[in-house]
Design a protein around this ligand. Structure first.
Ligand SMILES: [Zn+2]
Length: 458
């Protein structure tokens, strides 16, 4: 747990951990030192259920009726919860049953770099080698050396890198998990005065709306393409729309996503009909930072190779971007989701991720296609009651490849996920719109979503 905190995969906070036993959810706090704090309501004679309101400031429970339990490990916490119902239980695997912001801790753990191996025993007759120089790249200039050193890459053993590089040859976009370390995130470099962004990128409100809406619907990673055009004269990549794709069923869908290839032809057809093409891809990191994983970087790089072309002045350019949406990261600055666009630059070593500055297309309107797309997404991920069971049963997802998010769940600061969602959508609408127009537009979509998903009005 402490390593996950140190690497920023999880953040300390109140009620950020949850575990469900017999449909009853128990919340716990995660502390900076990695311990877990559960404020358990003491059993009282009166059987009236006393539960801490999700994220509520005040609880109805008297301080004296709550005992504070501190655990050093996730499994100890889970075991204590299980023992409430089954005092005989001796062990329980917390990694499989405790969630952080809705994602299984075991899945998040897979993002950890491999534990540093213990020092191998020095063999007899072998001089201990001096520590190798930090970077062993071929023929790089001092300038580049400085740049490479600045890339805050988390060190992965070389062999694993090579393995995953081979794996990426079969161009699956998304993060299929086939080597530990693939899911580690790499901090993007920023372009500056000396190293300037090779082309401009603009995005429309409509494209942002669809990406953000799609990402908010699932607690699993979602995936799609970005459509638009590259303007050679203006050296500008114009992203005009986002096209949701289907993902394949994944065992660890909260942290990895793979595209269903069958959903691609329809996307290409839509774009061709509009005289546009695929200019990028997007996916979500439901509760993580929007930095690309090593696997994301490899996929992006493969795409750039596929889409590379001449700019007419004997230069090769690859106008293709990767976007990562972070809908429910509790560390976001605001309720507006973080959307990061990046591409890869290869300086003879290996592709390094560079963040792309994106300008708003300055659109005054949102195409009616967008509203249709949003409603289609709401329908695709909607939930339906199980046939023949009571209302209290959980709803089943129509799209079985993804887990719809629980919209009424607490997100942060007393805000539900749905409230956060609405706010983020409003922030995507054209700046020229009046606040009332924005609220009405988003209100309409949210009403549609709530009806489709059977979410009771607050
Ligand atoms: Zn990713």
């Amino acid at each position: 747990m402490r390593r996950m905190l140190e690497l920023g995969l999880v953040a300390a906070g109140e009620n950020v951990l949850s575990t469900t036993l017999r449909k009853e959810e128990t919340l716990a706090d995660l502390k900076e030192d990695g311990t877990i704090v559960w404020r358990r309501a003491r059993k009282i004679v009166d059987p009236a259920p006393v539960k801490d309101e999700e994220g509520g400031e005040e609880t109805a429970v008297d301080a004296a009726d709550v005992e504070t339990l501190v655990f050093n490990t996730v499994s100890e916490f889970r075991l204590a919860v299980v023992r409430e119902k089954n005092p005989e239980r001796k062990v329980d695997n917390g990694w499989d049953w405790v969630k952080y912001a809705g994602v299984k801790l075991g899945d998040i753990k897979r993002r950890l770099p491999p534990e540093p191996k213990p020092e191998p025993k020095p063999r007899a007759k072998r001089e201990p080698k001096p520590t190798p120089t930090p970077k062993k790249r071929k023929k790089i200039t001092d300038d580049e050396r400085g740049y490479h050193a600045a890339v805050k890459r988390i060190v992965v053993p070389a062999r694993e890198k090579r393995e995953s590089r081979n794996a990426s040859k079969n161009i699956n976009i998304g993060e299929s998990f086939d080597g530990q370390g693939d899911l580690q995130m790499v901090t993007c470099e920023a372009y500056n005065k000396r190293r300037t962004q090779p082309f401009k990128v603009t995005v429309t409100s409509g494209a942002e709306l669809v990406m953000d809406f799609h990402a908010h619907l699932c607690s699993d990673e979602i995936i799609g393409f970005l459509g638009g055009v590259y303007d050679d004269d203006a050296k500008t990549l114009r992203i005009t729309r986002a096209l949701p794709a289907r993902q394949l069923v994944q065992e660890h869908a909260g942290v990895e996503v793979e595209l269903d290839p069958e959903s691609v032809p329809a996307i290409v057809e839509t774009l061709t009909a509009k005289g546009e093409g695929i200019v990028g891809w997007y996916h979500s990191h439901p509760v993580f930072a929007t930095q690309p994983s090593i696997r994301d970087i490899q996929n992006q790089f493969e795409y750039q190779k596929m889409f590379a072309r001449s700019d007419g002045e004997s230069q090769t350019i690859a106008p293709f971007v990767g976007a990562i949406v972070g809908p429910y990261d509790v560390r976001n600055d605001s309720q507006k989701s973080d959307v990061r666009m990046f591409h890869c630059v290869d300086f003879g070593g290996e592709p390094e991720p560079y963040e792309l500055k994106v300008e708003h297309a300055g659109c005054e309107d949102v195409s009616p296609d967008v509203l249709r797309e949003l409603k289609g997404l709401a329908d695709r991920f909607r939930t339906t009651p199980h046939a023949g069971v009571g209302d209290s049963e959980p709803l089943a997802a129509i799209d079985l490849n993804a887990t719809p998010v629980s919209l009424t769940e607490h997100w942060r600061d007393g805000t539900t996920r749905l409230e956060k969602f609405e706010h983020s959508l409003c922030a995507r609408l054209p700046k020229s719109w009046q606040d009332e127009t924005k609220t009405a537009y988003v209100g309409g979509i949210v009403k549609y979503l709530k009806t489709a998903w059977g979410v009771a009005a607050a």
